[in-house]
Design a binder for this molecule. Structure first.
Ligand code: GDP
Length: 429
């Protein structure tokens, strides 16, 4: 059985926590897209971790953690992350890296940083992890696949020469940076080869076998629907697909094997980077939600920068669930809202004098104004509750409202950042 855990919003929905929790019953956990540009925060018996590249299932001895072919693989970063786990007493995880994964190169990070600086006030708000230049190169067919490290040295040297010629045009002329030296790049790739060799695997074939043996497999998505390059708020998106469907491609499994799409929805909104955000709030109201949010405030796990925050957006979240193909919803960080007398929920967008219920394309989104419905707050701390029936009535009404708006059963309610802080629930719809 393959289950995908993906985000319906802008990312930071708490997928890491849900993956860590569900990994207990899983055999294999796979990252299938993105790179080290977004972090998953996990709090468990070993402590608090911000994982960027490793799947959030690495904490269990019985699981195999896989970096799929769709990932932007920063090899030194991967090794550092493995080391950091070991230093905190986590048993050495079993890790496999797809031989078809492509390598994120230091010049991808440099180009990312240079371009953000060039764009200045109009930048994308990239984490400068090299993601956009990496995926551009992959599709321009000038990326380096892990398998190439183990292939013909002369062919690799020739490719390095060619790539340096191309990259140096931009680096020296546009960004006024020193030129790349092919022999240095080749030498670095040989170091990467040594580093990654113990983990390299024909992942697609491994998963084919695992599926035949009836293993439980989790696909862990990074970011969320609204950051998808096709279905999100283009161009303020990431550069690889954040959708469950892409899990089949980014891991190398048949699409029909994905039976369950657990879509993580946040009980309020948060976003990083630029782009239209209809239910965004500002000032003191925003600062209070930001400081109370997550497990220590809504500040980026990778960059520490403050996240933009807003009220729950039913229009965006329903769309986010739809494009994921959500079969169930895990509603997270509900505990954070316990301080409010009334909780606004964005139930429509006003555009050109009309109320819209469907999430529009980016060019319209910028002109949409939120239409709010206010629900009564529950004014207490719901952390520690494990039984759905024990939640305050107003809290249950808030969940019911969200479920009706999404049109997808809310089967899990997360009321704290820890692994066991979850309320399982029979769906109402
Ligand atoms: P991911 O990228 O989707 O894995 O999300 P993050 O790791 O950025 O998670 C968002 C933050 O919310 C993290 O700091 C989590 O520890 C925290 N978190 C997750 N679920 C809950 C929850 O139910 N309640 C609270 N208070 N924090 C949560």
């Amino acid at each position: 059985m393959v289950r995908a855990i993906v985000g319906a919003n802008w990312g930071d929905e708490g997928k890491g926590k849900i993956t860590d929790m569900l990994a207990e019953e899983s055999d294999i956990i796979i990252r299938f897209q993105g790179g080290s540009n977004a972090g998953h925060t996990i709090i468990n018996n070993y402590g608090k971790f911000a994982l960027h590249l490793l799947p959030s299932g690495v904490f269990y001895g019985h699981t195999t953690s896989i970096i799929g072919n769709g990932v932007a693989l920063n090899i030194p970063y991967l090794l550092e992350e493995i080391k950091a786990l070991e230093e905190k007493g986590v048993p050495t995880p079993k890790i496999l890296v797809s031989d078809r994964a492509q390598i994120l190169m230091p010049y991808h990070m440099l180009l990312d940083a240079c371009e953000e600086a060039r764009l200045a006030g109009k930048s994308f708000g990239s984490t400068k992890s090299g993601i956009a230049p990496f995926y551009s190169d992959k599709y321009a067919k000038i990326g380096f696949q892990v398998s190439e490290l183990f292939g013909c040295p002369d062919a690799l040297k020739e490719k390095v020469e060619n790539v340096c010629t191309l990259k140096n045009v931009m680096l020296t002329n546009l960004y006024h940076q020193p030129a790349l030296k092919p022999e240095e790049i080749y030498g670095m790739l040989m170091e990467y080869k040594e580093m990654v060799a113990p983990y390299v695997c024909d992942v697609s074939s491994y998963l084919h076998q695992a599926l035949q043996e009836g293993k439980n497999i989790l696909l862990e998505g990074q970011l969320g629907s609204l950051k998808d390059p096709d279905h999100g708020i283009y161009p303020m998106v990431t550069s690889s697909s954040t959708l469950a469907a892409y899990g089949a491609i980014g891991a190398g499994i048949p699409p029909y094997e994905i039976k369950n799409i657990t879509t993580v929805v946040k009980a309020y909104s948060s976003a990083v980077g630029a782009g239209a955000f209809v239910s965004e709030i500002f000032g003191g109201e925003a600062q209070e939600l930001r400081d109370r949010g997550g497990d220590g405030g809504e500040y980026g796990a990778t960059t520490g920068r403050p996240r933009r925050v807003g009220w729950f957006d039913a229009v965006a979240s329903r769309y986010g669930c739809r494009v994921q193909g959500a079969t169930e919803v895990a509603l997270t960080v509900l505990d954070v809202l316990g301080y409010l007398d009334e909780i606004p929920v964005c139930v429509g967008y006003e555009f050109d004098g009309k109320i819209m219920k469907d999430f529009p394309v980016t060019s319209m989104l910028e002109y949409c104004k939120p239409v709010y419905k206010k629900l009564p707050g529950w004014k207490c701390d719901i952390r520690g509750i494990r039984n759905y029936e024990e939640l305050p009535e107003n809290c249950k009404s808030y969940i019911d409202e969200i479920e009706r708006e999404l049109g997808v059963p809310v089967t899990m309610v997360s009321n704290g950042p820890g692994r066991s802080e979850i309320i399982k629930r029979g769906p109402l719809i």
